[in-house]
Design a protein around this ligand. Sequence first.
Ligand code: SF4
Length: 714
Amino acid sequence: RPVAPVGTVRTTCAYCGVGCGVSATPQADGTVAIAGDKQHPANLGRLCVKGSALGETVGLDGRLLYPQVREADGLRRVSWDEALGKMAAKWRAVIDEHGPDAVALYVSGQLLTEDYYVANKLMKGYVGSANIDTNSRLCMSSAVAGYKLAFGEDLVPLCYDDLELADMVVLVGSNTAWCHPILFQRILKAREARPDLKLVVIDPRRTATCELADLHLPIKSGTDVWLFNGLLSYLSRIGAVAPDFITDHTNGFDAALAAANIDCADPLAVAKVCRIDPALLIEFYEAFAATAKTITAYSMGVNQSSAGTDKVNAIINCHLIGGRIGQPGMGPFSITGQPNAMGGREVGGLANMLAAHMDLERADHRDVVQTFWDSPAMARRGGLKAVDLFKAIEEGKVKAVWVMATNPLVSLPDADQARRALEKCELVVASDIMQNTDTNAYAHVLLPALGWGEKDGTVTNSERRISRQRAFLPAPGEALGDWQIISLFAQRMGYAGFDFADAAAVFDEHARLSGFRNEAQDIPRAFDMSGLAGLTPAEYAELEPVQWPARRDAAGVVHSEARLFADHRYAHGDGKARFIATATRAPANAVCEDYPLTLNTGRVRDQWHTMTRTGKSHTLADHISESFVDIHPQDALLHGVREGELARISSAWGAMVARVQHGGGIARGSVFIPIHWNGQTSSDARVGALVNPVVDPVSGEPEFKHTPVRIDQF
Ligand code: SF4
């Protein structure tokens, strides 16, 4: 596309939760030169291969460029006015006849914070329903639930610098080398400088991350609570406790320890359940006990489980027992998957959250938000979480859904159920950057959205750092920013409060809400970025990466906190953290004669989500070009499949086809399949079709890491 000479623009990577700064320089020939932003604290100029290839993904091939409406003979290009009018008429009719809970938004960690904020305001404050959930539900909602239970608020205590200050980093359920490569490089570089820094990996697979670890515990999938309950019990038994800290700054220790001691007091028994060599388990326990400056960092292997919240709290318990939190180089650290999963959390983008870290279930919190918004309605209870939302659509309870920047027909568990749901839904709207996706095929209305490099706003990375995404390419076709599309729709619905002039105005409102009635300690909360309120458009344009909390003092100086809980004040009413009693329980569905293998899903190094963007890059396709099923050679022999040939993998929920491979570090009894390949690349490549739709009872996060499957010759 023709490009105006804008010079180099500093922006933020579109992919993982590391949130690296990117310098983008559009070239006269329409390409974009990409480099790491040396000034961005997350990456200091480094980029991984995905970030480096961003320039290959901004072409207009396959883009959704104009609003379209589906008719009997196919899609028809229409004006924005007609598309939004059709949507608003249907939403109004559905709400009038069936109530506000009969409509829903399903949004995405790909949205910018400004988009997320406006979407949440529309649903919770104007439609009056909390039926807005997000694909972040599939990614880190267990981490959110665990933090809220332990600390009273969704608070990530640490920052990336802590990973370099620790004496031991424990990575649990995280293939950091592939999924958060720049963080992994930072840890390795720190170990080069301080060879005593110990790297422990707890993962059922021997991944690329394990290859560089000092210790790998190949845990049986789903047994993390046993391992960390066993650690809590061990630490208590050997006296590796901080009694004053426990007394002064926590509640619930005795109950948590009693729960841990029920079946995890004997390390040999724990080792047996976790299928770990007892010597390795004891080595880990001893190292943890001896190393005050320990970080336990966790990702999808912990979160994506029917016991995900318990896993998170079992980990946090092991930090609280020794008071290992709030100081440099220590603490429990959730590493988020998506570029803006954190921003979505800030604005209340999950169905069970309210804006600015306030609580949907609390009348005083709802009153604060509704007063600030001056809105006509307010959701009064939690809405439908992702898996339940698509069930409700299939049951006809939700009659109109708007899917925004995500591809649930590939990414949801039991993805065939999601397809049936959209087939039955009376009005499916999809706003996206791409024309053809599995989900868009079922949309009645398609809305063209701006993509990376075209849109303007902010994202928040895993260390609470807010960074600007800046536009450097012209808007293609008639595409608009998501916050603009939502605002236009809200206005068509007759709602006031959506006349934002630009992204800066949305950001300003979000920042002001974060401090509204907060300073007066009416609704005290740690999430506060009110110091960033009142920025002029020019100041917003130039905003440097900044961590929240970010408050302004009387002299107008903004103070940002890199690390939380230095004063050991937590967000519960009594100021204390909570130990949470975590009972052990196995994954919801056990393997059986019909489905004797355990399916584990995850990412590969060079692809992202359902490949709508990374699938455009030849450089990235060079790494792995088609879906695969990784299986132990002896299991392959047992089940009659051969490396290099296609196999059919099936579960009680669905089936897919993938090429058999060995060498991915898989244990006997398990298979691994990547999440990225979709129905556009191959008709049977969606692993989501196999995944059991079981969720964690607290967080609603699905069990992507444990589905019983079988494998047969294709
Ligand atoms: Fe982008 Fe993550 Fe790679 Fe950084 S580590 S360049 S944020 S994909």
